[in-house]
Design a protein around this ligand. Sequence first.
Ligand SMILES: C[S@@+](CC[C@H](N)C(=O)[O-])C[C@H]1O[C@@H](n2cnc3c(N)ncnc32)[C@H](O)[C@@H]1O
Length: 368
Amino acid sequence: MGVGRELLNLVVERIGRKGPLTFAEFMSLALYHPEYGYYMAGVRVGREGDYYTAPAVHPVFGALLAEQIFEMWRLAGGPLAWQIVEYGAGPGWLAGDILEALERHHPDCFAATRYEIVEISSALRAVGERHLRERFGPRVRWNPAPGVRAVEGCVLANELLDALPFHLVRGEPGGRLSELYVGWDGCRLVEVPGPPSTPRLEEYFAAQGVRLAPGRRAEVSLAALDWVAEVARTLVRGYVLILDYGLSAAELYHPDRAGGSLRCFRNHRLHTDPFAAVGEQDITAHVNFSALAARARALGLEVLGPVPQGSFLARLVPLLARKLDLAQDLKARLGLKELIFRMGEAFRVLVLARDVPAAPLTGLQGRR
Ligand SMILES: C[S@@+](CC[C@H](N)C(=O)[O-])C[C@H]1O[C@@H](n2cnc3c(N)ncnc32)[C@H](O)[C@@H]1O
């Protein structure tokens, strides 16, 4: 029996036992079930996979982030012990590219750096361990009890938050909200509207002053807000660098986007049916940067941005261009073009800071 069939049976069995699942519960099983989840089957990004992320485009992405991280380290006073904690590092390509660039261009910062990876998929951890251990030895560690350790350094998340399980909701007449659960009609998975599973869903919209029009669908990532809270709890001093595709609340809940932003990816094809190939396709939604920023501010972090990824990377290019001969490196130039122009507007960069100078960070210069 295929993995998809095993997983579907498991979802159906769970629905039979508990009743309809929240979409977030369904998504946790579909993407992260320890045996059959989509992310447990190994590398999913790149040409052979289902979609591209920036680290899969070209190592120049990691080299540019290394320039920004080096500057953060310098602004923090160049501490002798500095952590980079990357959440959702996948196969560890970005970690390798950042460490490589720091070692080559900023050896003092490299010497101070311990790179810690928090990755939920054991299969991806194993891929990362193979190439990073060999190259960087004990400088890289996996899954340091997150939420427990104090962090001084830079917390990094590239395309993590869009992949966290989210709730699905719909506006109803009279300003009410219904939640869209996942049920089974005897033949297939179906959406089942019901009352919200938690008061946090209504609070989420109230906090943003958003009222969903009747019939309007939206995704709510309480997990993304909980992640910000976890990071705020552990970050003693330093920065948080979040890169992801997403929008402000005003853009996300604009009447033109009434269908929501749920997207699925399989074999580089994009569609909107999360029940089509359970466990064999990625499921994502746009990040709500306004909600993240508000949560971070409420937790005492300074908020910088978000800015479009294109302008963020473009501002860092001159720092790297002095070290690399970009004029001679056609592949790096093509990579930059892809990262800055094709992915540059849809992806945004949000920086959070605690107890460190928040400006001037080169990637954010001219934008606040
Ligand atoms: C869309 S992929 C991005 C991978 C990589 N950052 C990149 O840009 O290529 C999302 C990654 O986040 C991981 N992930 C999801 N939830 C997580 C969690 N709660 N803690 C740590 N990693 C998580 C997934 O296993 C997956 O590797």
